[in-house]
Design a protein around this ligand. Structure first.
Ligand SMILES: *Cc1c(COP(=O)(O)O)cnc(C)c1O
Length: 379
């Protein structure tokens, strides 16, 4: 089936009891059993919930995997994947990963004996050089936030196969509509469903998808053992959001492309970071491994004062953290999402005080461009 058909139907047969076309919200903690050892496959709702399972089947199909697992947040999905490891294991990580990922790796799992090396994985040589005898996982985010650097998934996957490493990819920024890392050789794909999958800025959640039976068994065990599951209502919200994922992603991409082009011609902007621009250093790679460029743009207005003027003058863009919703958001990474990243690290990745990040929504693009124009004119 095509992506849109799967997005709307996969994992969601009409309800057998009533014929309801949408999956009911099974708001229950337990299930009546017929007798000892006899039940309908449902015993306790941390382990099985039909609404959550519908979402898990749906996302597994969209990511071309065999099994999906839904969690209470993107961070809960990342945490549960890390529980697959043991003290002494080493993980190579994209250096400019999501701030919360950096925080849980460097401040929580390090204490439990996991060893992380953060490198610029957009150059495979860096990944290769970081390999240790105890390396078990390569953890990739592509494109990164907010610099929008890309990592070559296929060649990284080949490297991982060669050294028997598990390759984990956080695919939140692209969504399964534009990029399917499992097809390029990754072992586990993660999403914060809070962003594009849910798409309406009204729920927090996460998923992990795999295409190997042993990994599915291990993650299923850990999901139940650690218990960071997504609630039935939030599962239902994500299922509903995904029905329009294809339409939304097309519009995010189209709007972002037009805004990126406008920004490159705007004299107040010194630099635009968007993989869809042919000037982007990883533009060719973006075309090769994804079918679109997404809705995230960063641009430099030359300093903190200028950035302050812009984010405080917009009228349609909302000044807020997060991304991936239908409404356009504007953020200032240095003081918001990346405030906990040490200044040397920010300098290393080129994240300066003047950088502004946009999550381009699905409004009328002329209105968005005009809003940015009037805000930039305050500089
Ligand atoms: C938001 C985000 C996360 C964390 O997800 P939550 O749902 O906020 O826990 C992880 N990775 C990326 C790329 C994100 O944007």
């Amino acid at each position: 089936m095509g992506f849109s058909t799967d997005a709307i139907h996969a994992g969601q047969e009409p309800d057998p009891t009533t014929g309801a076309v949408t999956v009911p919200i099974y708001q229950t903690s337990t299930y009546v059993q017929e007798g000892i050892g006899r039940n309908k496959g449902f015993e306790y709702a941390r382990t099985q919930n039909p609404t959550r399972m519908a979402l898990e089947r749906n996302v597994a199909i969209l990511e071309k995997g065999s099994a999906g697992f839904a969690f209470a947040s993107g961070m809960a999905s990342i945490t549960t994947v890390m529980l697959m490891l043991k003290a002494g294991d080493h993980i190579i990580v994209t250096d400019n990963v999501y701030g919360g990922t950096y925080r849980v790796f460097s401040q929580v799992f390090t204490k439990l004996g996991l060893d992380y090396t953060f490198v610029d994985t957009s150059n495979l040589e860096n990944t290769r050089r970081s390999l240790k005898p105890n390396t078990r996982v390569v953890y990739i985010e592509t494109p990164t936030n907010p610099m929008l650097a890309l990592t070559d998934l296929r060649s990284t996957a080949n490297f991982c196969k060669e050294h028997e490493l598990l390759m984990v990819v956080d695919n939140t920024f692209m969504s399964p509509y534009f990029q399917n890392p499992l097809q390029l050789g990754a072992d586990i794909v993660l999403h914060s469903t809070t962003k594009y999958l849910n798409g309406h800025s009204d729920g927090v959640g996460g998923v992990a998808v795999v295409n190997r039976k042993d990994l599915a068994e291990r993650l299923g065990f850990l999901q139940n053992a650690a218990g960071g599951i997504l609630s039935p209502f939030d599962s239902w919200l994500v299922l509903r959001g995904i029905k329009t994922l294809a339409l939304r992603m097309q519009k995010h991409n189209e709007n972002a492309m037009k805004i990126a082009e406008y920004l490159t011609h705007e004299p107040k902007v010194s630099k635009v970071f968007y993989p869809g621009l042919s000037s982007h250093p990883h533009h060719e790679l973006a075309r090769k491994q994804a079918t679109g460029f997404g809705g995230m743009i960063s641009f430099d207005v030359g300093g903190l004062d200028n950035a302050k003027k812009v984010v405080e003058s917009v009228r349609i863009f909302s000044f807020a953290e997060s991304l991936g919703g239908v409404e356009s958001l504007i953020g200032h990474p240095v003081t918001m999402t990346h405030a906990s990243v040490p200044i040397e690290k920010r300098n290393e990745m080129g994240l300066t005080d003047g950088i502004i990040r946009l999550s381009v929504g699905v409004e009328d693009v002329e209105d968005l461009v005009n809003d940015l124009k009037q805000a930039l004119s305050r500089i």
